[in-house]
Design a protein around this ligand. Structure first.
Ligand SMILES: [Zn+2]
Length: 169
């Protein structure tokens, strides 16, 4: 089986990465037969990998507005990736467009939101170490709030769309 040959190469790379102190993540479609193969089960046990299930519809994946339930299973030893992906599961309050014909290859890609969730989990300091917008305008007395003006700062954080999980639609 071609994909098992690829998997054996992945195990070689994963072994080197583990020895070098890196993290390992691997994704296949959720109901792929590969998950039941002994070499894959052995790898998961030997490398103590954890599993997370995600659905494309939770990231807003759709075909002409109809949600697509593209289902993946990811195994990883990256705790933040595991936690970051866990909420992105179907909210089960909609119907799905069947993945067939012309939309099958298109559904094989991660969309922008899914990429952002993954990158934010793996590289949080790269993704968050910037100020998205900071107006730089001349100030004068009128632009400052008057004395005794209510504090307009929010007391609680407004959730980022990266935290929504399953409610992106
Ligand atoms: Zn769904």
């Amino acid at each position: 089986m071609h994909s098992l040959k690829l998997f054996s190469h992945f195990v070689q790379a994963a072994t080197a990465v583990r020895q070098g102190g890196g993290t390992i993540s691997f994704e296949w479609p959720r109901y792929c037969l590969g998950w039941t193969q002994q070499s894959v089960l052995d790898f998961i046990a030997k490398f103590d990998m954890s599993s997370v299930l995600i659905d494309g519809c939770a990231f807003g994946m759709n075909h002409k507005g109809e949600p697509i339930k593209k289902q993946w299973r990811i195994i990883t030893d990256h705790k933040r990736l595991l936690d970051g992906l866990a909420p992105w599961i179907c909210s089960k309050d909609h119907k799905h467009r069947e993945i067939s014909g012309g939309i099958t290859p298109k559904s094989a890609y991660y969309n922008s939101l899914m990429c952002h969730v993954i990158l934010n989990a793996v590289f949080p300091f790269k993704m968050c170490a910037h100020v998205p917008a900071l107006a730089c305008i001349p100030t004068n007395k009128d632009t400052f709030p008057a004395k005794n003006t209510l504090n307009r700062h929010r007391n609680t954080d407004v959730p980022s769309h990266l935290d929504q999980g399953g409610t992106a639609l």
